[in-house]
Ligand binder design. Structure first.
Ligand code: DAH
Length: 335
């Protein structure tokens, strides 16, 4: 019996050393360890072994089973390693890789990010409103009379149901005050729409940034200080600003801001509208809210709005505004 065990051990180890695929590995497992396999058959021979020899042969048989099991396991690991090696053998690690197309941020996005960061440092939160608006939010609440040219169907896109595509982001001032009591200090970057003939300097959809600060005792000095700080952060400390008296229905007094900066080609450029929120706007808000938290006797505020497209164009020396929306990769990759 002892000899038989030894023969079977060498037979099994020899057979496993030549196994070259999973199929023959499985066949070897069945042949030696299966229900009617060689090791099992040998165990059955125990019946004929003398009682006193049984422990000894039992141990030898057990050792055999362990040896074959562990040889099967090593064989399986060897097959896996061989398969792994074969899988990468055709791989040329010296070949240059294929690079993901990372893309770049749009010049408008870059400018907007910088502007937002700067206002956030001054405590402005970002507010949002719908692009499709009511006439009330776009004009009436902003103290714009019914015969104002901006309300003309030639200038503003009206929907069949009477709503419109907002012609400026000033709508967000109204949206915010409708729902939040003072103090509010927000900026609202977003799209605005006008029926402009599209050419090198006009698009029918453009980008604005609105600002609104309402609290007790907000003054014109706050407006001026905030915007001077902002534009000098954006375009450098040497930036010149000029506040030119102007008219907007929703602010009183109102100003247009001209700016001259090295980064913008050192020429004066008309840039933004701003002013102190007109009491009529606060009254419209009070009426809509049904309370007096925006009582113009109690709160004051400043507002401003400017376009980002022309600024981005001047900063990046982009000659035609249409390039901002054509999605030409040769253009976009330059930023
Ligand atoms: N909404 C104006 C426009 O689109 C810009 C503007 C002017 C916004 C004065 C304001 C403001 O908030 O106070 O031309």
């Amino acid at each position: 019996m002892e000899q038989q065990i030894e023969v079977l051990r060498s037979e099994a180890l020899a057979a496993l050393s030549t196994v070259a695929d999973r199929g023959s590995l499985e066949a070897a497992r069945v042949r030696f360890l299966g229900k009617s396999g060689a090791v099992t058959a040998l165990s059955e021979g125990m019946r004929h072994v003398a009682k006193e020899d049984r422990p000894k042969f039992g141990k030898l048989l057990n050792d055999l089973r362990l040896a074959v099991t562990s040889a099967l396991e090593s064989c399986e690991i060897r097959l896996l390693e061989e398969a792994d090696a074969a899988a990468v053998s055709a791989l040329d690690l010296t070949l240059p890789g294929t690079f993901p197309n990372a893309g770049t941020l749009h010049p408008l996005t870059q400018l907007m990010d910088r502007a937002v960061r700067c206002f956030r440092r001054m405590g402005f939160a970002i507010a949002d409103g719908p692009d499709i608006e009511t006439e009330w939010h776009c004009f009436d609440a902003l103290n714009t009379p019914a015969d104002h040219p901006a309300r003309n169907v030639k200038d503003t896109f009206y929907l069949p149901d009477g709503r419109l595509l907002r012609s400026h982001t000033s709508t967000v001032q109204i949206r915010v005050m409708e729902s939040v009591p003072p103090p509010v200090r927000i900026i609202a970057p977003g799209s605005a729409y006008r029926r402009d003939e599209v050419d090198a300097t006009h698009l029918a959809q453009f980008t604005q940034m609105e600002g609104l600060y309402v609290a007790e005792n907000v003054s014109l000095a706050d407006l001026k200080g905030t915007l001077e700080f902002f534009f000098r952060e954006l375009f450098g400390p040497g930036t010149d600003l000029q506040f030119r008296p102007h008219f907007f229905p929703f602010t009183e007094p109102s100003y247009e801001i001209d700016i001259r900066a090295e980064a913008l080609g050192n020429q004066w450029m008309e840039l933004a509208g701003c002013g102190m929120v007109d009491p009529a706007v606060f009254e419209a808000i009070c009426e809509r809210r049904g309370d007096r938290v925006y009582d113009p006797e109690r709160v004051t505020g400043f507002a401003f709005g400017f376009g980002l497209d022309r600024l981005a164009m001047n900063l990046a020396r982009i000659p035609d505004i249409r390039m901002l929306v054509e999605n030409d990769l040769r253009f976009l990759k330059q930023f």
